[in-house]
Design a protein around this ligand. Structure first.
Ligand SMILES: Nc1ncnc2c1ncn2[C@@H]1O[C@H](COP(=O)(O)OP(=O)(O)OP(=O)(O)O)[C@@H](O)[C@H]1O
Ligand SMILES: [Mg+2]
Length: 609
């Protein structure tokens, strides 16, 4: 017998030693992750109750940290959500794997029941204090304030210092942590980048934040509609491994295997049972209770299910931000002189429903270094409307951006890399079953089907951008021609007349002739530009006619969504392919065009006179 004694540890003990796995891998990330977990929970709670979220955030340094090169930082997040009953508070903030969202198949930000307890643990480990909570539900007469600490040995939350207080919110939760960390405001892991991204994909959010000694920043909502979170969907059996399948069955206890299969999964019906039997499942298992079914029998059932072709899951459970709202939100990114928004209809990737939305925006304020010397575009990644800020290189969204040929749209791009220029490319992925590469939910697994779906959306946005860039080039070309005519026409005529000693009458005729000649050139350029504009408008109008409603109706019944990739769906999608989508394009350059055309007309008139 082995000498070593076998002991077991609690979930809290495991996480307290491995906080780096859930986003606390550096002092900078600790601050961002704490903020993110609290905001995710507030937004989820508000949406579940149909409340338009009003969040107030405060982050400040309150002293020196206990870890080298860190500060002691206070982070407070206050929401107007439904609030928490006081008996749930220790579970929520001090117990791991306590959640209202486990496997419920909805597109919520939280999924694991780990996030906020990990934040409490980090605060407790570094500042020796847990989470300070204020909560008030509609039915509570007064708010309750308390401190929650994690009992690491027993995976339990301990409530301390509980007292009733008066609070100016009618309902909501305020959570405050004091922890060792470092503050980074800008850049990929920056707090402002996170807050801006959160506002971008949550257009219904009213956000107020105060960072360090800066004054309060207000980001107002651009939509008064609380997103409709679609009903949950059960997992598709083909997405599960045998172990998960058996673990899932334990939720059904005494129910029959038939009930477990029908209620626990999507797309299994009485009719599909016949197919399972044909594919080797013993019929008698169906009437047997889940409790009494052995692992070997489950293996047989699982094998038969995997041999059977099943309908793809419904796409009804995924939600989209919507082009109109997303477009309004894009303008909050800063001064943007062009943007294109593409919302793909929900589809199935790897047997899971997903919806992809893309925004490509060109920033006016960014330093406009065009060409191969410019820095890479800024990529904003979102999973279930949460910004992802780390480990981008392995992420499905970045892989998709890198595989698009941006050069063909007029944007410089080193081989197999991100394109370059003053652009922001935002990719939003919404799905009830996002496969993250890590527990800290920072990178989305790059399956071929998912990368292809994102690529298609990017290509459509890229084509819009390309048309806009070409239009700009034509306008610049026309300006240039007009400038040359203005500059050289009188000089040329004058010189020629002096050389030939021509009379005034002859000079007048020559001027008119030359203007006619050059005018033809101008007219040709103008015609070319008008044609390009017409084409642009037509494409735009087409998008409007092909209404998104029609697309939605299709996707709502969910049945006809699974389409194999179009073989011709290469970097150049034909117009017809693009038609069902509606992209919004600003036309800042139309002023320049009008000016140029008016100038040319004026010039012609002048000469004619
Ligand atoms: N501000 C809040 N208002 C109301 N309920 C909350 C709030 N914060 C947390 N909760 C509840 O506490 C539960 C646990 O939160 P926690 O962040 O630990 O896990 P999660 O959000 O379910 O999943 P994840 O670990 O992925 O974040 C949530 O499921 C939610 O029911
Ligand atoms: Mg959470």
């Amino acid at each position: 017998m082995a000498k070593q004694k076998i002991t077991s540890s609690s979930t809290a003990e495991y996480f307290s030693k491995n906080l780096q796995q859930v986003g606390f891998s550096s002092p900078t990330k600790a601050v961002l992750t704490t903020l993110k977990e609290a905001i995710d929970n507030s937004l989820d709670a508000c949406e579940d109750e149909g409340i338009l979220p009003e969040l107030y955030i405060e982050i400040e340094k309150v002293g020196a940290g206990t870890i080298k090169n860190t500060d002691l930082i206070r982070i407070k997040v206050e929401d107007n959500g439904p609030g928490l009953n006081i008996e749930d508070v220790p579970k929520v903030f001090g117990e791991y794997l306590a959640s209202s969202k486990f496997g419920r198949g909805r597109c919520s930000r939280g999924q694991q029941g780990i996030g906020i307890s990990a934040a409490t643990t980090w605060a407790q480990l570094t500042s020796a204090k847990g989470a300070r909570i204020i909560t008030k539900t509609k039915t509570m007469r007064q708010a309750v304030s308390c401190l929650v600490e994690v009992d690491v040995k027993n995976n339990k939350g301990n409530l301390k210092d509980k007292k009733t207080i008066s609070w100016d919110r009618s309902h909501g939760v305020s959570v405050e942590f004091v922890l060792d960390g470092r503050i980074q405001l800008q850049g990929e892991g920056g707090l402002i980048t996170y807050l801006t991204g959160t506002a971008l994909v949550n257009p219904h959010l009213n956000l107020r934040y105060k960072l360090l000694d800066q004054s309060v920043v207000k980001v107002d909502r651009v939509s008064d509609k609380c997103p409709d979170i679609p009903n949950a969907v059960e997992p598709h059996p083909h997405t599960m491994k045998l172990g998960e399948f058996i673990a899932h069955s334990h939720l059904f206890g005494k129910a029959t295997v038939a009930t477990f299969l029908k209620k626990g999964f999507s797309r299994i019906t009485d009719n599909t049972f016949q197919e399972f039997v044909k594919n080797g499942m013993d019929k008698k298992f169906l009437t047997q209770s889940v409790d009494k079914t052995t692992d070997a029998q489950f293996k047989d059932v699982f094998g038969a299910i995997h041999k059977t072709e099943l309908m793809s899951p419904s796409t009804r459970s995924v939600m989209i931000i919507g082009e109109e709202t997303f477009s309004k939100s894009v303008r909050r990114l800063g001064e943007v002189d062009f943007f294109s928004v593409v919302t793909r209809k929900p589809t199935i990737c790897d047997f899971k429903p997903v919806a992809i939305e893309i925004a490509v925006a060109r920033l006016k304020t960014a330093q406009k270094v065009e060409g191969d010397d410019s820095p890479p575009v800024q990529v904003l990644r979102f999973a279930n409307r949460v910004p992802l800020q780390f480990d981008k290189s392995a992420c499905a969204m970045v892989k998709a951006i890198e595989t698009v040929n941006w050069r063909s749209y007029g944007i410089p791009q080193p081989k197999n890399s991100l394109p370059l220029g003053p652009y922001v490319i935002a990719v939003s992925l919404v799905s009830p079953f996002i496969k993250f590469k890590n527990a800290s939910k920072e990178t989305v697994d790059a399956s071929d089907e998912l990368v292809e779906e994102i690529r298609r959306a990017l290509i459509q946005a890229g084509q819009r951008l390309s048309r806009h860039i070409k239009k700009e080039h034509r306008e610049a070309d026309l300006e240039e021609k007009l400038r040359h005519i203005e500059q050289f026409c009188p000089i040329l005529v004058d010189c020629l007349c002096r050389i030939t000693k021509a009379t005034e009458k002859r000079k007048k005729a020559a001027t008119e002739g030359l203007v006619k000649l050059l005018g033809r050139d101008v007219n040709a350029a103008k015609k070319e530009l008008d044609e390009a504009l017409k084409h642009h408008k037509e494409a735009h109008a087409k998008g409007k006619i092909q209404i998104v409603e029609k697309e939605k109706a299709k996707s709502e019944d969910g049945e006809e969504e699974l389409k194999p990739p179009h073989p011709e769906d290469s970097d150049v999608i034909p117009e017809a392919e693009e038609a069902p989508l509606k992209a919004k394009t600003e036309k800042p350059a139309s002023k320049a065009k009008k000016k140029a055309v008016a100038k040319s007309k004026e010039k012609m008139k002048e000469k004619e006179v």
